[in-house]
Structure formats: C-alpha cells, structure tokens
Design a protein around this ligand. Structure first.
Ligand code: UT7
Length: 316
C-alpha cells in the first residue's frame, strides 16, 4: 500500500484538420453566431485517418517522454473512451503494444464524457492498493465516426482528440497528488444522451441534458473539494467537461472560485471531445505554462449515460 499517487506528466494530441462553424454552415442549416452563442464552439479538430488508438498513443507518447519514465516502467494502461469501434482488442492493449509496454494491466473504461475522471480514480486506486506502480491514464475519442453529419443538433458539437497522464506512486511521507473521487450517475435519465446500436450516432435530448448539467451537478463539484480538504476559492483552476460554455459558466457561478482562477474553455477551439475533453484541456494549460507545479485543479466530467465524476489534482 502507498499513500497515494500523483500525475508525473501530461500529453495531448489533436488532429490537424480544422472544421470551422462556417465550414459546417456550408452544408447544414446553421451559422457561426448560433453555435458561438448557444454552445461556445468556434471550431473543432476532426481525425483525418487517425483511429482512437492512434490518438491515444500519440498523447501517451508525449506524456511518457515528459515524465522521465520509459515504457518498461509502466505496468497499467487505462483508456477512457466511448467511441472505439472495435470491442476487442481494447484500445489500452493497442496503446501498450504501440508503445512497447510489456504485459501491463490494460483495460478501457466507458462512462462517456466523465470517463477520464473515472479512469484517473481507478488508476489512483490501483496504485494505492499496490496493484500498480506507474500507470498511463488516457482519454481518447473519435466522435467524428459516430456523429451524424447531416443532423445540425449534434454535428456542430463534437470533435476528436486525446489527452494522457502518467501516474506514479508518491514516496512515503509525501502528500498525494490525486484527491478522492466523487463519482455517480443519474441512471433514470440515461437515455437522454446515448450511443446505442451497432452502427450508432450520438443522440441526445439537448435541453434535458442541459437542465441536468446546470441544476444537478454543482453540489457534486463542491463535494469533490470538500473531500479533498480544499475550498473552491483556493483552486488555481477548474477544468470541467467541455460541452457548452453556458453550462460551465452556470457551474462556476455556484462554485465560488477566486477571480484569479483559470476556467478551462478549450471547447472554443476543440469542440466537445467527450472523455478526452478534460485531459486535453488540462494538458494544454500545463503546456502553455499557465499552471505551475503543485497548483490545485478541480477536474469534473459529466455527460453521456448520464454519469459524472471529479477529483482535485495537483499539477505535475
Ligand atoms: O457532452 C455530453 C453532455 N452534453 C451536453 O452537456 C449538452 C447539453 N445541451 C446543450 O448544450 C444544448 O442543449 C445544445 C447546445 C445541444 C442546444 O442548445 P439549446 O439552447 O438547448 O437549443 P435548443 O435545442 O433549445 O434549440 C433552439 C433552437 C431550435 O429552433 P426553434 O425550435 O426554436 O425554431 C432548434 O431547432 O435552435 C435550433 N437549432 C439550431 N439552429 C441553428 C438547433 N441546433 C441548431 C444549429 N444551428 N446547429
């Protein structure tokens, strides 16, 4: 048993192909002003041949290179995704194979948009229990595969990408860098956002999901802080799931962050990338030097199914 784990390094990957709102308006009955006002997205990145496993591998490669560890140090790979087309082999084993990680525990987690926080908690728990020493935790999505590009109510929302974290056990006597998880679901409303069937498209009752996100979730985000023993006003940043700036602003209003706290709004340039959205946004903030080492950040994912999860982490 160890006292916990921390994030050693992060990495991310986004495809180079950019689709702007105007691009979408050339084939759909929509416009840039509606998408910016109602959702907050200006453009999104869409895979051009890359698979979920490709993007997960590229993000993990970067995180591993920054961490100072090598593939032989990693003994657990967890990938959060809801858009992998193949059910078996899972994405985690494909990433392990590509990175040359020998015989790791390897599994995928599917709780859609809250997936990264579920996977991060699971990696942290494995390290605390002694089942892993160093873990790779990845959120990766190719939502363009399961988006109905002729449906304006969903086609304007989604994008592709991946974010990854390398976790390691904290030495004895040092504080844990990943706080306790609060995770949960609202199963009775699960059908409001689904990816169902063999050749599915994402379907959602947008207003129902919006209402749930803006009314039910803030208390859980506050509970995450309580469990971590930190006041929301002490957070350096809030990195929520990147679905809608109006949802983010609604949660922020109820949180009580300090005016200096950074609120991630990566959806403006990335769209909603489901399980990838939180690690993607966090990795970019760290890469840009906006969050110093040790800075406390509240992660909070929510969406498909309907599920939610969050924890406070310390930046690498
Ligand atoms: O990632 C998982 C979690 N998912 C979410 O958090 C999504 C939550 N939901 C939302 O973010 C919002 O509900 C949406 C962004 C999906 C939709 O925004 P809204 O403000 O709830 O719009 P609405 O569905 O109420 O539609 C308002 C109007 C409708 O027209 P009428 O009936 O008022 O004439 C829609 O047909 O906007 C129309 N509309 C559009 N107009 C231009 C719907 N989509 C579009 C579009 N462009 N792309």
């Amino acid at each position: 048993m160890t006292a916990g784990s921390r994030i050693l390094a992060m990495g991310h990957y986004q495809p180079s192909r950019v689709i702007t709102n105007d691009d979408l308006a050339s084939t759909l009955d929509t416009n840039d002003a509606w998408i910016r006002d109602r959702v907050g997205i200006a453009e999104r990145r869409v895979a051009d041949g890359e698979s979920v496993a490709d993007m997960a591998t590229f993000a993990a490669e970067k995180a591993l290179a920054t961490s100072g560890l090598t593939a032989s140090d990693i003994d657990l790979v967890i990938v959060a995704t809801c858009s992998a087309i193949d059910r078996c082999p899972n994405v985690a084993t494909r990433v392990a194979d590509r990175l040359g990680i020998n015989a790791p525990g390897a599994f995928d987690v599917n709780t859609a948009c809250s997936g990264f926080s579920y996977a991060l908690a699971t990696g942290d728990h494995a390290i605390r229990a002694g089942a892993s020493r160093n873990a790779l935790v990845i959120g990766a999505e190719k939502l363009s595969d399961i988006t109905d590009w002729s449906d304006r109510t969903t086609a304007v929302l989604f994008g592709d990408g991946a974010g990854a974290a390398v976790l390691t056990a904290v030495p004895d006597g040092e504080p844990a860098g990943i706080g306790p998880v609060v995770w949960g679901s609202t199963p009775e409303k699960g059908e409001a956002l689904k990816i169902a069937g063999w050749q599915p498209y994402i379907k959602q009752e947008g207003q129902a999901v919006f209402r749930w996100a803006t009314t039910a979730l803030a208390p859980f985000a506050i509970e995450v802080c309580e469990k971590a023993g930190i006041a929301p006003s002490e957070l350096a940043a809030f990195v929520p799931h990147q679905a809608n700036t109006r949802i983010i602003d609604g949660i922020v209003k109820r949180l009580g962050l300090s005016p200096e706290a950074i609120v991630a709004k990566d959806l403006v340039e990335s769209g909603n990338t489901s399980a990838a959205s939180v690690p993607l946004a966090l990795s970019k903030l760290i890469e840009r030097g906006e969050l110093p080492s040790g800075a406390p950040v509240l992660l909070f994912g929510f969406g498909g199914g309907l599920t939610y999860a969050g924890q406070v982490v310390r930046c690498p």
